[in-house]
Design a protein around this ligand. Structure first.
Ligand code: GLU
Length: 290
């Protein structure tokens, strides 16, 4: 069991990586190392409007400087597959087809604004505006559609369905379909799969046994569990790492340029020193004890 551990880090080249990314990836690396497993570097570069080659190159250099080590990835010639999502479209299309044939997804013409307005009357727990169930089209609508092209496609979330899972860091987690989140996107009108679909397809296909990512993606995990089930795949373990927050208590984002690994390096910091800083340590102790 331990020998088969396969973890991954999955940066999106939409900006320079910051200390928060480095910490999540460090957790992933430590966990893979502790289990004598493999760590995969997968580039999540599907958003053509936001991703840039320059960031893709920089992410590898910066993580390398920081001391992150992975065994499979776009910069390593290890396997026949590509480690860039933009080169894995056939896999995503296959999953889209599978979901469509099971009647689990549908094309949707409503805008985000429509959904926001409609959801004002639906009670939810504040995570996101809930897509009204009544807007789902009747099932035969998809019969003639052989490609996702031209539409946003949504996953039919079973209303009231309890999704519970054990998180290796947070313990038991629980969400309810239709209350915490509604019908979510699996394919975007601009021609690319959504984050939720692409990440699950890749994690299944790459044989990932544990997904380590930031706590901000906890609710995404609940959505993704529904996709795993629909595709008949075994769930990996999940470990949601605590986020690094700034002095105002906000989580870091790619707009915090002063905390980008690049800037920290330029300012003369060393990875060792950063890993001992207060921002780095808050929340990391409980991992080290396990
Ligand atoms: N690509 C995502 C990010 O950069 C990570 C997704 C994941 O780990 O599932 O935040």
């Amino acid at each position: 069991m331990t020998q088969n551990y396969r973890g991954r880090i999955a940066p999106s080249p939409t900006g320079y990586l910051h200390l928060g990314h480095a910490r999540t990836f460090w957790f992933a690396m430590e966990r893979a190392r502790a289990k004598k497993g493999i760590l995969i570097y997968r580039e999540e570069d599907l958003d053509f409007n936001r991703c840039r080659n320059e960031y893709s190159q920089a992410a590898i250099e910066d993580l390398d400087w920081f001391g992150c080590v992975w065994q499979e990835g776009p910069d390593k010639v290890r396997m026949k597959q590509s480690y860039r999502q933009s080169e894995r479209m056939p896999l995503f299309l296959k999953a889209w087809k599978e979901l469509k044939e099971q009647g689990l997804i549908y094309p949707c013409e409503k805008s985000r604004k429509d959904i926001r307005a409609a959801s004002e009357n639906i009670q939810n727990t504040d995570f996101e505006p809930i897509y009204p169930e009544a807007w789902r089209p009747s099932s035969h609508v998809t019969d003639d559609l052989n490609s996702p092209e031209g539409y946003n496609w949504r996953f039919k979330v079973p209303q009231g369905r309890k999704i519970d899972f054990h998180d290796e860091s947070l313990g038991p987690c629980q969400f309810f379909g239709g209350k915490d989140f509604g019908d979510f996107l699996v394919w975007r009108k601009d021609g690319i799969p959504s984050y939720e679909l692409a990440v699950v397809v890749d994690d299944i296909e790459m044989g990932i046994s544990e997904v380590v990512r930031g706590e901000d993606l906890l609710i995404s995990t609940a959505r993704q569990i529904l996709i795993y089930e629909a595709l008949g795949a075994k769930l990996p373990q999940f470990y949601h790492a605590p986020l690094v927050i700034d002095s105002a208590g906000d989580r870091l984002s790619k707009t915090h340029q002063s905390l980008s690994l690049r800037e920290l390096k330029k300012a003369g910091h060393t990875p060792e020193e950063l890993r001992q800083s207060e921002a780095w340590w808050s929340g990391i102790e409980d991992f080290l004890e396990t």
